[in-house]
Design a protein around this ligand. Sequence first.
Ligand code: ACM
Ligand code: ZN
Length: 491
Amino acid sequence: MHTHHSRKASDLIVPIPKSIEDWEGTFRLHPRIAIAAEKGFEAVHQLALELFGCKAGGEDILFKYQAGMEQEAYILTISKVQIVIKAGTDEGAFRGLSTIRKLALLTDNQLPCCKVEDSPTFAWRGYMVDCSRHQFSIAFLKKLIDVASLFHLNRFHWHLTDDQGWRIPLDGWPKLESIASKRTELQYTDGRTYGRLYSKEEILDLQAYAHARHVLVVPEIETPGHASALLAAYPEFGCTGGPYETQDRWGIFEEVMCAGSDELIGFLGDAITQIAELFSSPYIHIGGDECPHAAWQQCPRCQERMRQLGLTDARYLQSWMTSKVCEMVHNAGKQPIGWDEVLEGTEQLGLPKDLIVMSWRGVQGGLEATRRGHQVIMCPNTAGCYFDYKHLDSEEEMGTLGVSTLNQVAHFSCVPDSLQAQAKAYVLGSQGNLWTEKVTTSRQAEYLMFPRLMMLAQQLWKPEDAGKVLQSKSTLTQLCDALDLACYRGE
Ligand code: ACM
Ligand code: ZN
């Protein structure tokens, strides 16, 4: 008899549900039970059959339609003889399925009986993985999506272009594959290169996998900075014409997209049209962070663009670029997202109203964006949302640039107290960001993401209970073990 069999559901489920009652007894999940679903739940039914290795027919587990429920809400009852998941949508039913899966993982399939009524606090519950600096396999990205969906996360922000590599396949631009996707590894002397494009098949396959788990895959194309890889392939898109190289070092590079180049603008229009077709996400992230303007100040084409537009400062030229790229995103039928630098240099031209601002350099950008009427995603590197930072302030720990402790994540609030009630409605949610300059393997990525991402999931689902999760941290590490995830185990 394992002691954990007697643990209560209310001690095991993370994110802790909005409401939970513990009941007497357990329900044993095994391959001979049958799962049924009412009309409208075909997708979640199929997934449940696959995940539990069960057959259809009987009603040991039943997905039941209930009118009037919110999009992601579910009511789960586990009695000794039956599990019932009530929801109004496939998505709500899927959240209920995830709760069952977590209980099964922690109890050797002896689910403690309970009643759960649950729904999220925030709509945007995400994580970002940088696949430019280091490229992760589709198999690993699927593993992350599956795990994220177990914790009710619903956004995978896929960082696909940067100085060190371009990963999006685009018809008509062959040098993206031959040059922009490859970097020479300078720490070796044998000229070896690293990286490739993801194929369209891989991208579509990953999205299908994610969408079955109600995770939206949101692509990012960096503009106008962090573009060395693109410029190496197409030097005419830069201010000096190059030569440029796909970077093996990391940092902020002065070589950026030439805002005066009509060829560059033409390329971006085509790229965004193709990205909009390849990705079903209603959002496209357009980057916008860390773009130095020194090259623009020296560039006759950029200077000419500024003269034509009557712009008196190179900072304003970036906001022109932002507006131009947003227009392309709109033309492709999508909504743009940008890092918080998009708010700068906007005195002359302003910003498109529907641009969602991702606040990363603290929460100030996010606060200002809400004042200006923009929707916001809060992922401040100052408050636990940067998972490339160390877990602990020690030279022995992996990670770079800063420290984000689990405790910090447990105390993070994506709606600061100072925010007016009216402005709070502009905050969509948050995400954890994993930059991968020094993350070369999937095991390292896991170690940095977990258990911080699970705590962030709690923050976005029911923030009031984050402290409680911190106190029962061992549940998080048990889940990581059950899911074969490397994780940090310290304080
Ligand atoms: C960022 O971390 N440069 C968005
Ligand atoms: Zn230029």
